[in-house]
Design a protein around this ligand. Structure first.
Ligand code: SME
Length: 150
């Protein structure tokens, strides 16, 4: 399924949402099952007043990284930079938290509510260098859609 086909499905999930966590989980499952190179899809959110991220709903293998301090790893860097982070090859990153040896690349897009970075969507891929600007634009759309129900 391509991004243009996925967008209305995301919009439907968001507009029919009755539980935030269920909707986020449904979005993760939809993305993981629809895009061949999305092998782990999850959300992280700022953990209350703490300078750390806490894992939210996700689809894919269980991860040990339920808490990520701000500044650590790709996710923690996006928490402070407020910018998209596309990693074509995770082995070229010093500040990276590895989950599985299968993971080759990663993309993290911040999620803003009222212009405040409150979390992010994180995608791991077992393919090297699969992400394009189309992924970035699509995942920005996903984050904006989610922000509308937060
Ligand atoms: N690789 C991430 C850690 C989270 S896992 O991908 C689920 C990072 O470097 O922040």
């Amino acid at each position: 399924m391509n991004f243009n086909e996925l967008k209305p499905k995301i919009s439907d999930l968001v507009s029919n949402s009755s539980s935030l966590d269920t909707t986020l989980k449904d979005i993760c499952e939809l993305l993981k099952s629809s895009i061949t190179y999305y092998d782990w899809v999850g959300f992280y959110f700022k953990n209350g007043e703490k300078e750390e991220l806490k894992i939210g709903p996700y689809a894919g293998a269980t991860t040990d990284h339920e808490i990520i301090p701000f500044g650590k790893g790709i996710c923690g860097q996006v928490a402070v930079s407020n910018e998209n982070f596309v990693v074509p090859d995770v082995n070229s990153q010093d500040n990276y938290i590895g989950c599985s040896l299968n993971v080759k690349s990663e993309i993290v897009i911040p999620l803003f509510v009222n212009n405040i970075n409150i979390g992010q969507i994180d995608i791991d891929s077992n393919t090297i260098d699969p992400f394009t600007q189309e992924d970035e634009r699509f995942l920005e759309f996903v984050c904006e859609s989610v922000a509308s129900i937060m």
